[in-house]
Structure formats: structure tokens, C-alpha cells
Design a protein around this ligand. Structure first.
Ligand code: CAA
Length: 259
């Protein structure tokens, strides 16, 4: 499929794919078409055995300045219900492979929400995160009130959602919104390195581990522990488990095949 608003590199490094939001003049505003392109790209990359981790980035100035305000401005509630744009986001959330956000500049509104759908976040020291929807008469709609609150806690989430105030990279790090902050020139290479570290592991174990971690946000503890246990046992059906444990015993590096 040819994309208008994103660039897809299926091999930015071995087993690592890169999706770059590419609507720079509009600060990567997330119109419906761009989100559909991300969704479709992720479906394809998820099905591609040569991909084990996926990076999503913008450019140095901006990750994404949120949903496309100009596209939404004239809509009424029934239009919004009919379009139901966030079903696209539900599909993105279901990506099985690990998603790493590489963030430089603004990650606002839907941009911040897209970052929070990702599993890990590398930020440049210029990154700014915010949920400024309140300043345009609405509120976050793509998970911001929920994922931000679960990540940074109630009072900080309230402050960000009710004032629209941005926070910088260091504060985002302190609040657990990002994994690491690096100088701007390294934010993408750092994300690639993180993705490569994960790509060296068993891709089946990585996917099951991701699925299990996410259950911590969706299930009561007892059920989630049970879910985790089943996934753990299931991994003993893989060749990768045999290879990983044999490599440990034989004091060599494991060569995981994803089988
Ligand atoms: N939608 C549409 N266009 C946008 C946009 C957005 N979210 N953000 C920026 N743009 C456009 C601007 O209109 C401008 O276009 P023109 O040159 O045609 O005028 C261009 O991008 C450059 O933007 P600025 O001139 O405003 O750049 P700046 O450096 O002065 O400011 C900014 C940068 C602080 C990010 C500012 O653009 C801004 O506040 N953007 C909107 C942020 C926002 O409110 N996001 C939330 C959107 S709603 C949402 O996301 C809902 C949800 O939950 C999914």
C-alpha cells in the first residue's frame, strides 16, 4: 500500500521496523487517513516474521501535535459517533509486537495518547508531553484520561488534563511516562538500540510477555496472575525455550527462530 502521511521502513535495523509520521507542515496532526495508514502498516508488520519490534517516531520538531483540529472542527456529536475514529486506535493497541515510541518535540493530545499506546518510550531532551484538549473546549478521547492517570497518578494527570500544561522530557521521565531521555541527535538511534535488544530475544516469548504485562491494566490481580502462568507454561511448547535454556547450559548465545 502506498502511504501519503507516513513512511514505513520494514528494516531500519535487523528485525526492526520504523514508522515515521510524515505530515511535517501540519506538525504531524493525526487526521483520520494518517491513523488508518498507521493501523494498516501495523497489521502488515505484525504479520511479517522478519519484524520483531516496531518504532514509531515523528521528526525532531514534533512527534505529533494531536488529532487534526481542522478536520474535527465542524463536526457534531452524531458525525463523531458515526466516524468513531477511535476504533482505529483500538486496532493499533492490539499490535502484538513491541511498539517503541521515539519522541522529539511535541507529543500533544492524540500524540501523547499514541505515545502511551506504545510499550516503551525514548524521548529526546526537547520532548514535550501534554493533553491540551481542554484549551479547545474538549477533553482527551483516545485514552488520555485513563492511560495518563495510570502512568503518572491522579494529581499529575488532573493537572495536565485540566490545565492543558505541557511537561518536559525530564519531568516525563520522573513520572514514568518515558523510559529514557537522550540528547536530541540520539533519540532515534537509542530507540533502534532498544528495539534491537528486544529483537534478539525469542519473538514468541516477547509477544506473550507483552500481552501479560498489558493484562496488569485490564484484569484483577488473581486473574492476571493466572493468565501470566498459562503464557509461561505455553512457552515450553516452543523451540525457542529449548534453544534458550540449552544455550544457557552450554554457555553460548541463544539463536532464537521464533518457533
Ligand atoms: N491539528 C491541525 N493542525 C495543527 C495542529 C492540530 N492538532 N497542530 C498544529 N497544526 C498546524 C497549525 O494550524 C499550523 O498550520 P498553518 O501553518 O496552516 O497555520 C501548523 O500546524 C504549525 O502550527 P503552529 O503555527 O501552531 O506552530 P507553533 O510552533 O506556533 O505551535 C503547537 C506548536 C504548540 C503544537 C501548536 O500548534 C498547538 O497548540 N497545536 C494544537 C495542540 C492541540 O491542541 N492538540 C490536541 C488536539 S485534539 C486531540 O488530540 C483529541 C484526542 O484526544 C485524540
Amino acid at each position: 500500500m502506498s502511504n501519503q502521511y507516513i513512511l514505513v521502513n520494514p528494516q531500519i535495523a535487523p528485525f526492526v521496523a520504523h514508522i515515521q509520521l510524515n505530515r511535517p507542515k501540519e506538525l504531524n496532526a493525526l487526521n483520520l487517513e494518517l491513523m488508518l495508514e498507521i493501523k494498516q502498516a501495523l497489521v502488515e508488520l505484525d504479520a511479517d516474521d522478519s519484524v520483531r519490534a516496531i518504532i514509531i517516531s515523528g521528526n525532531e520538531r514534533v512527534f505529533a501535535a494531536g488529532a487534526d483540529i481542522k478536520q474535527m472542527a465542524g463536526r457534531n456529536a452524531i458525525d463523531m459517533l458515526k466516524i468513531d475514529q477511535f476504533t482505529t486506535w483500538d486496532s493499533i493497541r492490539k499490535t502484538k509486537k513491541p511498539l517503541i515510541a521515539a519522541v522529539s518535540g511535541f507529543a500533544l493530545g492524540g500524540g501523547c495518547e499514541l505515545v502511551m499506546i506504545c510499550d516503551m518510550v525514548i524521548a529526546s531532551d526537547t520532548a514535550q508531553f501534554g493533553q491540551p484538549e481542554i484549551s479547545i473546549g474538549v477533553m482527551p478521547g483516545a485514552g488520555g484520561t485513563q492511560r495518563l492517570t495510570r502512568t503518572v497518578g491522579k494529581v499529575k494527570a488532573m493537572e495536565m488534563v485540566l490545565t492543558g500544561k505541557f511537561i518536559g522530557a525530564q519531568e516525563a521521565l520522573n513520572y514514568g511516562l518515558v523510559n529514557k531521555v537522550v540528547p536530541v541527535e540520539f533519540y532515534l538511534t537509542e530507540a533502534v538500540q532498544l528495539a534491537q535488544t528486544i529483537a534478539e530475544k525469542s519473538p514468541i516469548a516477547v509477544q506473550m510477555a507483552k500481552e501479560s504485562v498489558l493484562k496488569a491494566f485490564e484484569m484483577p490481580l488473581q486473574e492476571a496472575l493466572f493468565f501470566e502462568r498459562k503464557n509461561f507454561y505455553m512457552l515450553f511448547a516452543t523451540e525457542d525455550q529449548k534453544e534458550g535454556m540449552a544455550a544457557f547450559v552450554e554457555k553460548r548465545k541463544a539463536d532464537f527462530k521464533g518457533k
